[in-house]
Design a protein around this ligand. Structure first.
Ligand SMILES: [Fe+2]
Length: 373
């Protein structure tokens, strides 16, 4: 890999959000940012003002343009002193890379599911690097920083995704409950790819159509831990209205792969005080079930398993096979994530990969037509 210019805290990440890509890069000092792709220039700006005083930059790039160009460059201009007149700037620093759109081979989508890193950046990056295989896409599946109590912590998802992908293939980010904690969590939409500020959205990646869902906090809003700073019940109600409208449109006809990414495997009722929203999860499962999703990738439980509907972790009627793939022991420096293979026919296979790239377990489900009733 070409050495990273010093303003880049990590290589960029190309996130899929709605019908677009959002190129995102964490930075080491104040700068402005723009992306060039096949003659199209996309800026990180606010109503024509190039944004600078931020640890993360984002610019939206048309998906078709980048998929055709298969390369792009990110540019950062350091700010020496930003003033109303005659702002002082430094030399532009640039990073250029090839890009590979999602084009699954042999009818199989290969993805790396990385949940519950809880700020253990090196463990997650090491698992991906030492595994020695490149997936079609990365899923950052929530609880990526331990909390959002500082601006630096908001860069953790982009440090991990940038270092794993090198900016060369796409990612999606599903928020977890720890991503809601700390004063910077309210700036999520400013420092993380979202659709119009929403943390839940659809995405398209070639033949893949997916939903990123967000179950918010994992206990009731009046839990003392939150100190009256969350309204996740209202948030989930808004999300449910969006989900109903989105699913009413049906899956795109050309979506060979249908995927849900959600931190919380919400079909499973956890013990109190985490046993919230049972009726809502029952409704969400029932709404999702007819759409033919081949898999839901999750984390949250810090466990590793793959289950068909009706499995041990299915309380509310799981709409499709569910993958949970995270184990973390920060004291021991160990972390496990999931290499997931999803067939067009609905067969699902998972390998649980540790920080040394070793396979700690394998599970597989045949296509639905071949499963036990
Ligand atoms: Fe977690």
């Amino acid at each position: 890999m070409v050495p990273l210019p010093p303003l880049f805290a990590a290589p960029p990440t190309v996130y899929a959000v709605g019908g677009a890509y959002v190129v995102c890069v964490p930075v080491t000092a104040e700068c402005t940012m723009w992306v060039e792709c096949a003659g199209t220039v996309s800026y990180d700006h606010a109503n024509g003002i190039l944004r600078s005083g931020r640890p993360v930059h984002l610019a939206s790039v048309p998906r078709g343009v980048l998929d055709s160009a298969r390369s792009y460059s990110v540019h950062l201009r350091p700010i020496v002193e930003r003033k109303p007149y005659f702002t002082e700037t430094g030399e532009v620093q640039s990073f250029e890379t090839a890009f590979r759109p999602v084009e699954p081979r042999d009818g199989v989508l290969r993805l790396l599911n990385v949940p519950d890193t809880h700020s253990f950046v090196d463990g997650a990056v090491s698992a991906a690097e030492r595994l020695g295989r490149t997936p079609d896409m990365l899923v950052l599946c929530g609880d990526i920083p331990e909390d959002c109590g500082s601006a630096e912590r908001m860069t953790v998802p982009h440090l991990i995704a940038g270092r794993i992908t090198g900016g060369e293939y796409p990612a999606v980010f599903a928020r977890g409950n720890h991503d809601l904690r700390g004063v910077y969590a309210e700036q999520y939409a400013d420092l993380t790819p979202t659709e119009g500020g929403r943390s839940y959205h659809e995405f398209r990646l070639g033949p893949v159509w997916g939903l990123v869902l967000d179950t918010g906090e994992d206990k009731r809003d009046d839990c003392r831990e939150y100190g009256w700073t969350v309204c996740c019940e209202a948030f989930r109600e808004e999300e449910e209205r969006w989900l109903r409208e989105t699913l009413a449109r049906g899956a795109p006809a050309d979506a060979k792969f249908r995927l849900v990414a959600c931190h919380n495997p919400f079909a499973f009722r956890i013990h109190p005080p985490f046993d919230i929203e049972g009726p809502r999860w029952t409704r969400w499962c029932a709404m999702l079930a007819p759409l033919g999703f081949q898999a839901m990738v999750t984390g949250h439980l810090h466990e590793c398993w793959l289950e068909a509907p009706g499995g041990e972790h299915d309380t509310y009627g799981a709409p499709c096979p569910v993958v949970c793939s995270s184990l973390l022991d920060r004291d021991a420096g160990t972390y496990t994530c999931g290499w997931v293979e999803i067939g067009e026919d609905g067969a699902v296979a998972v390998e649980f990969v540790d920080q040394d790239g070793k396979i700690r377990g394998r599970e597989a489900l045949p296509a639905p037509s071949a499963r036990e009733p």
